[in-house]
Ligand binder design. Sequence first.
Ligand code: FAD
Length: 320
Amino acid sequence: MGAPSYERSSPRDLVYDVATAKNPDGSKYKLDIATNTLVTKVNFDTTGEKPKATGVDYLFGESLYRANPRASLTEDGGIPGSVSRSREAILYDGTFNTPQILKLSGVGPADELEKFNVPVIKNLPGMGTNLQDKQTPTYLHRYELGVTAEVSSDFVLVEKCCYLADGDECYDQYINGEGALKGPYTIGGLAVGYFMTSSQAEGEHDIWVGGLPAIDEIRPLDGSSFTQVWPPRNVTDDDAALREWIAEEAWGHHASCLCPIGADGDPMAVLDSSFRVRGIDGLRVVDASAFPKVVGTFPVLSIYLMSEKSADVILADLAA
Ligand SMILES: Cc1cc2nc3c(=O)[nH]c(=O)nc-3n(C[C@H](O)[C@H](O)[C@H](O)COP(=O)(O)OP(=O)(O)OC[C@H]3O[C@@H](n4cnc5c(N)ncnc54)[C@H](O)[C@@H]3O)c2cc1C
């Protein structure tokens, strides 16, 4: 592992770099990205013993997904198109959309598909089940709550930051500094984070606490005393009111596991350990829906690891 570069990066940068990369002979590296393109269906060749994914149908146009708040602004239903796969199709449309597309394509619980007159390509009873990060006693710990406090002095870490406004010394430091001297903009925004084990924990820690400095709201971890702003004192002084506040304010955003990887013989398994959709040729799923159990505190790192793993198994299959 090399020395840290202290530079910000994102999956978007990686995808962009690959899409614009050149082969040694100067030709474009083979990754095409279609924006404003909504996949609606996976197509199958059903003439063999096993259905084989042959490609996808899509609609081209802006904000076509009906759950998109901008969808009502679109005037038409999009321009239909389709694309064929050369080797296999890999879905990574996220926890809810991957099983939705598969069900609309005929892959899922047969009784549910029949109810909506979707021709069944493959009965997979586990598809769309197993949602995690939902309000059950076991997964309640995935809920997030925001609290706000004021302190009496400036937060030293960000006192010179004005978030790209004129005279932003932190930005100058980020651009001109070297290594760790690049300053506060090299971190993700969290000034502090730690795990706690509550009296309700079943073994490991079950609470993660993080602190974000917000402009003019929360400042230093310099020992200043905090003044509670939200929730108000009358809420935290009353157990019943606090419970109600939590029920009103808590929100979940680590939904996962609707297309779970599972063992051979497990009737609820949707994927095998190589991310292949069971009972279908040429189709894989690589996103948060593939986990059998909700992963560690924040899922993105595990999703990156899953992506790396899937690249390994796909390359190994290509080489076989
Ligand atoms: C507000 C919020 C904050 C979060 N903060 C954190 C955090 O701090 N740390 C952390 O680890 N996790 C965080 N998460 C969770 C994390 O973002 C998700 O778990 C993760 O993005 C899931 O990755 P994915 O690849 O499975 O799906 P996604 O990231 O949802 O990617 C799916 C992609 O598929 C596209 N898509 C969907 N349907 C179609 C279709 N039909 N056709 C074409 N494209 C389609 C979508 O537009 C999307 O780009 C947060 C989530 C939310 C909502």
